[in-house]
Design a binder for this molecule. Structure first.
Ligand code: AMP
Length: 455
């Protein structure tokens, strides 16, 4: 189906909703919105394949609000504000963002929304729940906690939305989902959104949806054409140095850097900070407050580099994020699609750079197979810092040790070598690779990285 809808008003949305969309600066429905909104308004079940950044949140939020409008009221009685729509998301961050969107679109209605997620004191969520809300956004575990504490009722739910269903399965939410579904009225509308269509997702759709209409706005597992993808071949032990160099050279102002593990995210964030780059990490071991703080600082521009694991970054919507770097490429190729979907959103241009070492080449091949395209590759030119002291060869150290550091004052005073002028003739051919003709080479070398501070 091609997208011929050029305005929201032709989709039959209520004036209250249209006003909110205009105020948000939306003029034209995105393809997923143009296709999903009429289906959802018709009451049919829906299985939609839409990659991140396509506008899928509005694609399900607007029909929910439109359908609930007749029930909107300003009564103070909780009984008049039963949960009618339940939106489940895999991560807290996504839950928060989805609910923010729902609130924005609902701002000229009397419909109430709320988000509940784990990692914060459950008691703080109870008063708002008890006051009553029509649209509840939740992560599965915390929803079940509330069910157990009898702080909410799900027997009036008319619409269930599974957002990022593929990730919910990856994260092992299936048992929780089954428990939740058993608590919902049988008569309801189900909308399922997934960036990828694996066999497991198709099975989930068979189990939970009734005669769903299938919508796919882009080839499943496709990457966004707005994103320029690039691979640098670089040894694992050189990645930190190269990354720092790249961030300086590209003059990166806002970049998400992906690592595979929480530990790697924390370490890399610390190393970047030491190298003079405002960085913070966001991963599952951080408290909710820490994650929100890091995300806010990133959005505000006080943090340049947000180092994240896949789970934490899932669903983050940072408008016009210009760059994503895969410090380590994911072993599951679908994660690559999700990661680079953080950039080039809603029509903006983006850059996605992957640092790939020999051991990761097999994963890169899997990714290229999945996205059905070859990614432009270049060998990284690593401008290694000249560290001649103490005899340890650079490559022998751990990745963290390899980070260029500013010379601590104390160390400078106890080794006379540091007082000697800089002597380029001391470079051995093996420590300094010749600089080939790349964009990186043409740019100004970064003194702090090259040992300039040691002079
Ligand atoms: P989503 O895929 O729902 O996370 O949306 C990605 C981004 O696109 C969000 O920042 C939305 O605010 C924005 N967006 C969604 N729909 C539209 C639209 N029709 N016009 C312009 N921006 C939109």
């Amino acid at each position: 189906m091609t997208n011929t809808v050029t305005s929201f008003s032709t989709l039959g949305l209520a004036p209250e909703l249209l006003r909110a969309l205009t105020e948000s600066g939306y003029t034209t429905p995105t393809p997923i919105q143009a296709q999903a909104i009429p289906v959802a308004l018709s009451g049919a079940d829906l299985m939609a394949g839409a990659q991140t950044g396509t506008g899928k949140t509005a694609a399900f939020s607007l029909p929910i609000l439109q359908k609930l409008l007749p029930l909107s009221n300003n009564s103070t009685s909780p009984a008049k504000h039963s949960i009618r729509a339940l939106i489940l998301t895999p991560t807290r961050e996504l839950a928060i963002q989805v609910e923010e969107s729902v609130k924005t679109y609902a701002k000229h209605t009397m419909l109430r929304s709320l988000v509940v997620f784990g990692g914060v004191d459950i008691k703080t969520q109870t008063p708002s729940l008890k006051a009553g809300v029509e649209v509840l956004v939740a992560t599965p575990g915390r929803l079940l906690d509330h069910v157990e504490q009898k702080t909410l009722q799900l027997n009036q739910v008319q619409m269930l939305i599974l957002d990022e269903a593929d990730r919910m399965l990856d994260m092992g939410f299936m048992p929780d989902l089954k428990r939740i579904l058993a608590l919902l009225p049988k008569q309801r509308q189900n909308l399922m959104f997934s960036a990828t269509f694996s066999n497991e997702i198709k099975k989930l759709a068979d189990d939970f949806l009734t005669k769903p209409q299938l919508i796919e706005v882009a080839r499943s597992n496709a990457t966004n054409d707005n994103v320029t993808q690039k691979v640098y071949s670089v040894e694992q032990s050189d990645k930190e140095v190269f990354l720092t160099q790249l961030l300086h050279e590209e003059n990166a102002k806002q970049v998400i850097i992906f690592t595979k593990t929480k530990l790697a995210a924390s370490r890399l964030s610390r190393s970047l900070t030491r190298a003079g780059i405002a960085a913070d990490a966001i991963h599952g071991d951080k408290t909710q407050q820490e994650r929100i703080k890091a995300l806010d600082a990133f959005k505000a521009g006080t943090v340049t580099a947000l180092v994240a694991t896949d789970v934490a970054a899932r669903g983050l919507d940072i408008s016009e994020l210009p760059m994503v770097i895969n410090y380590e490429i994911p072993t599951a190729p679908e994660d690559y699609v999700h990661r680079i979907g953080r950039t080039g959103r809603a029509g903006a241009l983006g850059i996605a750079i992957s640092l790939v070492c020999k051991e990761e080449e097999k994963y890169l091949a899997e990714i290229e197979k999945l996205i059905k395209r070859q990614i432009n590759k270049e060998v990284a030119v690593v401008e290694k810092p000249i560290r001649r002291a103490r005899g340890t060869s650079y490559g022998d150290k751990t990745a963290e040790d390899n980070m260029p550091r500013r010379a601590p004052a104390k160390r400078m005073s106890d080794d006379p070598w540091f007082y000697k002028p800089y002597e380029p003739s001391g470079m051995s051919a093996s420590t300094i690779k010749p600089l080939p003709q790349t964009a990186l080479q043409k740019k100004k070398p970064v003194a702090a990285l090259l040992g300039g501070l040691f002079k």
